[in-house]
Design a protein around this ligand. Structure first.
Ligand SMILES: Nc1ncnc2c1ncn2[C@@H]1O[C@H](COP(=O)(O)OP(=O)(O)OP(=O)(O)O)[C@@H](O)[C@H]1O
Ligand SMILES: [Mg+2]
Length: 235
């Protein structure tokens, strides 16, 4: 399979006054198209830092990042935001929904940020996505009127509105009970079966067991990289 993501000698430093915090210390990683990867590792090992770079929300200090064959590490802000809206979907631990907006309006948000005019067609698409994640009867609810699992499903629908090739999820089940976590993992598995590449951060082995590959970071380096021949959702 072709690589969708390739990072080479990726370095990320944060500069705080005189102090340089060297967070990523030369990562070499390649993720295949259609893969379902868990990123694990202790708190502070650099998982979110890596996800932010992969998600084009931040730039590496040095090294290369190719998304398909696009040289992302050296793009301008405008090019990065183009890449974000064309190729990437994001799911966060804290859902990151806007409380004053309804389910459908939250799903529409990435389109708004891209400057896509909202019309009957975009609305139909967002309603269809809400239905796909099982929220067809909650279209006009606001986030606080939904359970945590339902809020995360809105976030999944929102991540899909641009039909991204790569989905980045930073602890998508971190705030959910184990039963609801299983629902979310079933949903991610379905997306992966439909061809989406997924990179997910998790602290939990039970959640990583759903993925096809587990990469562990420690102190900004890859500690281990193991394939899982029997992901939970594929048995
Ligand atoms: N903006 C920043 N400025 C300075 N240091 C930072 C910044 N963001 C992160 N760090 C440092 O980088 C290191 C890695 O942080 P990161 O958030 O990537 O860890 P993580 O693996 O996601 O941890 P967790 O499992 O707790 O979410 C930490 O030591 C953190 O203090
Ligand atoms: Mg983190």
């Amino acid at each position: 399979m072709a690589a969708i993501v390739e990072v080479q000698d990726l370095i990320k430093n944060y500069y705080m006054g005189d102090v340089t915090v060297n967070v990523l210390k030369g990562l070499d990683l390649s993720f295949e198209e259609g893969d379902f990867v868990s990123l694990m590792g202790p708190s502070g090992s650099g998982k979110s830092t890596l996800m932010n770079i992969l998600g084009c929300l931040d730039r590496p200090t040095a090294g290369n990042y190719y998304l398909r064959d696009r040289d992302v590490a050296h793009m301008t802000d405008n090019q990065l935001s183009d890449v974000r809206s064309t190729y990437l979907g994001f799911i966060f631990q804290a859902y990151n929904l806007l409380p004053q907006y309804t389910v459908v309006e939250n799903i529409e948000l990435p389109l708004v940020y891209q400057g896509v005019p909202l019309d009957a067609r975009t609305k139909d698409r967002c309603v269809a996505l809400a239905e796909m994640v099982g929220l067809g009867t909650r279209l006009d609810h606001r986030p606080l009127q939904l359970s945590g699992g339902q809020q995360q499903r809105v976030a999944i629908a929102r991540a899909l509105v641009n039909d991204p090739q790569l989905i980045l999820a930073d602890e998508p089940t971190g705030n959910l009970d184990s039963r609801t976590s299983v629902e979310i993992m079933e949903m991610l598995t379905e997306l992966n079966k439909a061809g989406k590449t997924i990179i997910m951060v998790t602290h939990e082995n039970d959640i990583a067991a759903w993925s096809r590959r587990v990469v562990r970071l420690r102190d900004g380096m890859v500690e281990s990289d193991i394939r899982n021949d029997k992901p939970l959702g594929f048995r």
